[in-house]
Design a protein around this ligand. Structure first.
Ligand SMILES: Cc1cc2nc3c(=O)[nH]c(=O)nc-3n(C[C@H](O)[C@H](O)[C@H](O)COP(=O)(O)OP(=O)(O)OC[C@H]3O[C@@H](n4cnc5c(N)ncnc54)[C@H](O)[C@@H]3O)c2cc1C
Ligand code: FES
Length: 509
């Protein structure tokens, strides 16, 4: 069976539940050069929240989005709003010390209250509800880590408790529980926030891709539609498209994972749950007019590194079918996020030399709170206000303890291997042998090309060299995209950039 046939046979509509159930936006593109106080690049949670606070502070803001806002990672999240970020606090105390770890915990806990306050103040109908959150272990090996995490969280002031079971049909060894966390429909919330931005000299420009930034006074953002001059610039493109001397490509890892929205015969007991074992299974519910659905996520890999992403969905579906009795799999989607070398996001000046260019990235699959923290910090820094949380998240911190240094070396060795092996690998196929539904690297006239043949037999041939730093892309059979194994850029089968850091499409070959 070809990959496309397997994709066609997969259960679930291939669309994010959030995108399918929130109204779309149709903001204009930039049509002539503009001047604002702050240009915010990237229309996900980090960019929208940053633009919101900056505008609230009286600044004129332009939010630039290369495609449509909220259709990137944020449109494909699972939106559990919590200060318990897997196994983080024991690690933070060891690497950063107790005081910085406490600031991290407080900042994230405060972000939950901030979201709650915004929902209340702006009367946003977004299914916000308070829920307990649990990080759970299914294996003895991880149980020990859960116990340590409970203690670490408690010493930092989070009222976490250890529990030896959770109310899901899953055998667990133990879990750390934190009450009064929250969940919402992320797009209903963020579309309401985004709607407050355009007006009074502030703008949202969709289908406007930033290509470069000239640092200066003012900075100039060069886009595919024109220029924007701004005193300050915030880069919130998930993976920073603008690097210069920031070396983000050397210190961010990407993790891609999979989601199903399902209906179950079992009544969902409430609560949010995230496993720390191999599959990283996570669960929450979401109210709909037809009753609650359950959002289940799990199965992780580096983008461009899975032999078959259809198999990743199949692995998640197998887990869902093992846990629930004859569930109905309604929607499926997948997305990716960045993890920094020391697991704490980079929020602040993009490089030690840039005066006016800020960055927010590395949310490690916890961006519902850390993006809010990022937006507050960046808004304060841009206004010249004191910000005592800034040192915790400073992108230019280089506290390389031996574990962090080892991680840095290992990450870059993998990237180098991907670059070299991709260039040296023989193409899989002769173009003529590629079957409908397949995407493969093929050889033509002694050159490697990326070929996709759709079910109608149309053939799309592209250069396989990623326009970011030249690694060779790999076919993603479930999403029908070309994904770069080095830093996670994704291109559609027609070559369009659909995920940063690259800004140039793959040329036709
Ligand atoms: C499977 C999964 C589940 C998750 N679940 C949770 C959860 O339960 N709780 C939680 O807290 N977090 C969760 N996260 C993490 C969270 O979703 C992310 O951290 C967050 O959405 C990232 O937001 P962002 O603004 O950085 O990125 P995005 O939402 O991707 O926004 C960046 C935007 O920038 C645009 N862009 C890119 N390049 C350019 C350019 N050159 N010019 C203009 N625009 C550009 C993109 O099109 C995109 O819209 C999850 C992540 C994953 C992968
Ligand atoms: S994303 Fe960096 S080389 Fe492709």
């Amino acid at each position: 069976m070809t990959a496309e046939n397997r994709t066609e046979g997969m259960p679930g509509r291939p669309e994010s539940f959030w995108i399918a159930t929130a109204p779309r936006t149709y903001e204009p593109s930039l049509i002539k050069d503009a001047r604002v106080d702050v240009a915010v690049i990237g229309g996900g949670v980090a960019g929208i929240m940053s633009a919101y606070y900056l505008k609230e502070a009286g600044l004129k803001v332009a939010l630039l989005e290369s495609r449509r806002i909220l259709e990137g990672v944020t449109g494909h999240t699972t939106a559990k709003i919590t200060a318990l970020h897997g196994l983080i606090y024991d690690h933070l105390i060891a690497v950063f010390g107790r005081e910085r770890a406490r600031q991290y915990a407080e900042a994230n806990q405060a972000a939950i209250e901030e979201v709650a306050a915004l929902v209340d103040r702006l009367q946003i109908d977004c299914d916000f509800s308070r829920q307990p959150f649990h990080s759970f272990a299914e294996t003895q090996e991880h149980l020990h880590k859960i116990e340590k995490e409970t203690n670490a969280a408690r010493t930092l002031g989070l009222p976490a408790t250890f529990v030896d079971s959770i109310p899901l049909p899953l055998e667990v060894k133990g879990a750390v529980r934190l009450d009064n966390q929250a969940q919402f429909h992320p797009l209903k919330f963020l579309r309401a926030i985004a709607a407050t931005i355009p007006d009074n000299g502030s703008y949202v420009f969709e289908e406007t891709r930033a290509l470069d930034i000239e640092d200066g006074e003012p900075c100039v953002v060069l886009t595919n539609q024109g220029k924007i001059k701004a005193r300050d610039v915030v880069v919130a493109t998930n993976y920073p498209f603008f690097d210069k001397s920031g070396l983000y490509f050397a210190r961010l890892n990407q993790v891609r994972s999979y989601v199903y929205a399902i209906r179950t015969k079992e009544i969902y007991p409430g609560g949010m749950f995230a496993g720390v074992d191999k599959l990283s299974l996570a669960f929450r519910s979401q109210p709909t007019d037809a009753g609650d659905i359950v959002i289940v996520s799990g199965v992780e890999h580096k983008p461009g590194h899975a032999a078959s992403t259809v198999s990743c969905y199949e692995d998640l579906a197998a887990a869902v079918n093992r846990i629930f009795h004859q569930p109905v799999l309604d929607y499926r989607w997948s997305t990716q996020d960045n993890v920094t070398i020391d697991k704490v996001p980079y929020i602040g000046k993009a490089t030690p030399f840039s005066k006016r260019i800020m960055v927010a990235t590395g949310f490690a699959q916890w961006g519902m709170t850390t993006s809010v923290v990022a937006a507050q910090i960046l808004s304060n820094l841009i206004q010249g206000k004191p910000e005592d949380r800034a040192p915790v998240f400073d992108p230019n911190r280089f506290k390389l303890d031996s574990a962090v240094a080892r991680e840095l070396v290992s990450h870059n060795t993998t990237v180098l291997k991907d670059l070299v092996s991709g260039r040296l690998a023989k193409p899989d196929e002769d173009v003529t042998k590629i079957k409908p539904g397949e995407g493969k690297l093929a050889g033509r006239d002694g050159k490697k090309i990326a070929v996709y043949k759709d079910m109608e037999g149309r053939t799309y041939t592209l250069s396989p060299k990623c326009t970011h730093m030249g690694c060779i892309v790999a076919w993603n059979d479930a999403e029908r995209s070309w994904d770069c194994p080095c830093h996670g850029t994704r291109f559609s089968h027609e070559g369009e950039v659909i995920h940063a850091p690259a800004v140039k499409d793959l040329p036709q070959a």
